[in-house]
Design a protein around this ligand. Structure first.
Ligand SMILES: Nc1ncnc2c1ncn2[C@@H]1O[C@H](COP(=O)(O)OP(=O)(O)O)[C@@H](O)[C@H]1O
Ligand SMILES: [Mg+2]
Length: 332
């Protein structure tokens, strides 16, 4: 803030200046020189200084009123409007600028929210339509018991997919709304990773995938245990899901420079170079994943939770050879 333009210094100068001038005037003209009409001049000076004060205060309150009326005009419907015509470089100008940048941030959040709702609606529409068609086809004519059974089974699969997408949507909403969150607690990441390693083992046996874990002892971090478990599990699930039978998945936990580093490496199909920049986007699914069950929200959720923990997630992948996801989290 430039001190010359600041309202505080202007008011202060006016106040002290007036006091000094008035005292000097009073002593010099009325007491020492004792000129005629000294008291009249004194009152004229008083009036003059008071007018300056009045003008300064009038201009300040005027721009505050102007600012207030502009702020009142902004609502959820016209968030793109900005405070204009406040050019002063004083505190009120600063307030207007701060308000404008608050509006920028709000607008971005608002747009993201709207985009999210649009994406969710779009993603839910197709499985719902398929579900409906399944029932319509089943009802279109008389069918055997077996055919009805098949139709109902297909409907259950669709419904499962819908509810798992919806669960993902809720999880993502949780990690992006800090007001809902309780304080973080200290947790033993090594123990958490051991549990996740066991779950990974179980998931992998069906596909004859070997899971190897190598975990450093006593890694302690601050966080939300369940959410972190979910963030890491989403990555582990992908590693198993996108690795063909008889492949390998390795899970490691290391410590480096007060950071806990989790890596999840698989010998799967890898991710195409053009997919990598989008892999953490909501609802983004790789080109070859049509047949694999999923919502495309897993990695978006992981990233959002990891960011909430002041960590980051990175990926390295070679098509046909496999991928490595690295999650870095600050230790206590
Ligand atoms: N380990 C992996 N190997 C190959 N592709 C992966 C791997 N992890 C993620 N992907 C790709 O990233 C996409 C996004 O992953 P994700 O957000 O978990 O969604 P989903 O698993 O529901 O498709 C996947 O569709 C897949 O194409
Ligand atoms: Mg996934």
């Amino acid at each position: 803030m430039k001190s010359v333009h600041s309202l505080r210094s202007r008011l202060f100068l006016w106040y002290i200046g007036s006091l000094v001038l008035l005292s000097l005037f009073f002593f010099l003209l009325v007491h020492i020189l004792a000129i005629p009409y000294g008291t009249d001049y004194f009152f004229m000076l008083l009036l003059f200084l008071a007018s300056i004060g009045f003008i300064i205060i009038y201009r300040i309150t005027n721009s505050i009123t102007n600012l207030t009326s502009q702020i009142k005009r902004i609502s959820g419907r016209n968030l793109e409007q900005r405070i204009q015509s406040i050019h002063s470089q004083d505190e009120i100008g600063e307030l207007a600028n701060a308000f404008n940048s608050l509006l920028d941030r709000l607008k971005q959040a608002f747009d993201r929210e709207q985009q999210f709702i649009a994406d969710v609606a779009h993603e839910m529409k197709t499985p719902l339509a398929t579900l409906r068609t399944t029932f319509e086809v089943a009802l279109s004519k008389e069918r055997t018991k077996d055919e009805y059974k098949k139709a109902i089974e297909a409907a259950i699969v669709e419904a499962d997919q819908l509810s798992s997408t919806l669960k993902d949507v809720l999880d993502l909403a949780w990690s992006e709304s800090p007001t809902e969150q309780k304080p973080m607690t200290q947790l033993n990441l090594t123990e958490l990773m051991e549990e996740l390693g066991d779950i990974a083992q179980k998931l992998a046996t069906k596909k004859h995938i070997t899971v190897k874990t190598n975990l450093v002892k006593n890694s302690v971090i601050n966080g939300y245990k369940e959410k972190l478990a979910q963030a890491v599990m989403n990555v582990i699930e992908n590693a198993i899901k996108y690795t063909p039978s008889n492949g390998k998945v390795s899970i490691t936990l290391e410590k480096l420079h007060a950071k806990a580093i989790i890596t999840i490496t698989d010998t799967g199909n890898g991710i195409a170079q053009e997919d990598i920049p989008h892999i953490f986007d909501r609802f983004y699914r790789g080109a070859k994943t049509d047949k694999v069950f999923g919502s495309g929200l897993g990695l978006a959720i992981s990233k959002s939770i990891i960011t909430l923990h002041q960590g980051y997630i990175a990926i390295e992948s070679t098509p046909k050879r496999g991928s490595t996801f690295t999650i870095t989290l600050p230790e206590v």
